[in-house]
Design a protein around this ligand. Structure first.
Ligand code: NAD
Length: 351
């Protein structure tokens, strides 16, 4: 049975991947620092499972990583751990450099040392998948799409720190032969997403009758991928991807932000009707600095080489997502009240 170390496995995409891969017969070791974005609730249903373990730790802690790689006989790593919120990177870039750049470096160093102690067969089996973003490519004009050869042009501290991590992974492959593959994916949405990101934020604000903030005039365009489709792509890359390659992952689903918000409002009008349409709550707010206008991804290489394609249209994925948030109000309340954090710190559930 393949043992996969999932860094950032308590976060949004990481926890979805943990469930996805565990359901498909993988043994999973989550390695997560449990920052504000890490929520142990997301993986709590696996506690006690013989094919699951959780280690609380910082990816910048090379000694702990080295111990975990040996003790759990890890033979693959899927690296999600990151600071991931663009707005936070503008307010405080330091944490982004610590985790995304230094953390990835320490993880690569731990892997490099670990590989040296493996047998030839074990080394041959080992895989490192680095999960990155299309934001490293910067912004697009009205036409065209990012692809594997697109020049890097990051615009936010978040994007720059992810770009740096991509370059480190590439260099460790080229220099030391670390068996790495990088993926660059567009915006994800789905269950377990922290409600500071557009789709859960709008869904939960709407249900609470709060304003629905939209940056600028709402015409910024993003490509959206349902998180389960991203997990399927990552597992495919892990199992069949070519070492040293990069794969772009996307939903072939470009949407203006305002249209995303309107689609959520229409879904809620149907699923959780209220006296006035939810779209009445839409409020335009001042644009964020350096806000990229448009992202789009050409995922043709992944489709051609590995036979992957997204299984969800945006409308279907969005309805599944809104349904999940409606059915998991307790999860949402524990996140918005901060209870998920207090318990972890041993401070109880009160207040
Ligand atoms: P997230 O913020 O929801 O989760 C990040 C996880 O990493 C959290 O569990 C957090 O506790 C953990 N973490 C943070 N710093 C750590 C450290 N120093 N050591 C160990 N764990 C640490 O992020 P996400 O949205 O799930 O994104 C996961 C990865 O996918 C990131 O690398 C991100 O760049 C990439 N990505 C995200 C998207 C998206 O739309 N969300 C799109 C493309 C790529």
């Amino acid at each position: 049975m393949q043992v996969i170390l999932v860094t950032g496995g308590a976060g949004f995409i990481g926890s979805n991947f943990v469930h996805y891969a565990h359901d498909r017969g993988k043994r999973i070791v989550v390695f997560d620092k449990l920052t504000y974005a890490g929520n142990a609730d997301n993986v709590a249903s696996l506690e006690g499972d013989p094919n699951y373990a959780f280690v609380k730790g910082d990816i910048a802690d090379r000694a702990l990583l080295a111990k975990v790689l040996v003790e759990h006989r890890v033979d693959a790593i899927v690296h999600f751990a990151a600071e991931s919120h663009v707005d936070r990177s503008i307010d405080g870039p330091g944490a982004f450099v610590h985790t995304n750049v230094v953390g990835t470096f320490e993880l690569l160093e731990a892997v490099r040392a670990h590989l040296g102690g493996l047998s030839d067969a074990e080394r041959k089996r080992f895989r490192f998948v680095h999960v990155s973003t299309d934001e490293v490519f910067g912004s697009l004009g009205a036409t065209g799409a990012f692809h594997e050869e697109t020049r890097y042009a990051p615009n936010s501290p978040y994007a720059a720190s992810k770009a740096a991590s991509d370059h480190l992974v590439r260099a460790y492959r080229e220099t030391y032969g670390v068996p790495a593959i990088t993926t660059n994916c567009s915006n994800n949405y789905g269950p377990y997403q922290f409600p500071e990101k557009l789709i859960p934020l709008v869904t939960l604000n709407a249900l609470d009758g709060k304003p629905l903030p939209v940056y600028g005039d709402g015409s910024n365009v993003r490509d959206w991928l349902f998180v389960e489709d991203h997990c399927a792509a990552i597992l495919r890359v892990l199992e069949e991807g070519r070492l040293g390659e990069t794969y772009c992952i996307g939903g072939r689903s470009e949407k203006k932000n305002i249209d995303v918000v309107r689609t959520i409002c229409s879904a809620l009008d149907e699923m959780a009707p209220r006296a006035t349409p939810y779209a009445d709550l839409i409020t335009f707010v001042r644009d964020r600095p350096g806000h990229d206008r448009r992202y789009a991804i050409d995922c043709g290489k992944l489709e051609r080489e590995l036979g992957w394609a997204p299984a969800h249209t945006f409308e279907r994925g969005l309805r599944k997502t809104v349904t999940w948030y409606l059915e998991h109000r307790a999860w949402c309340e524990r996140v918005s009240s901060g209870a998920y954090k207090r318990e972890r710190l041993g401070l109880g559930d009160a207040g």
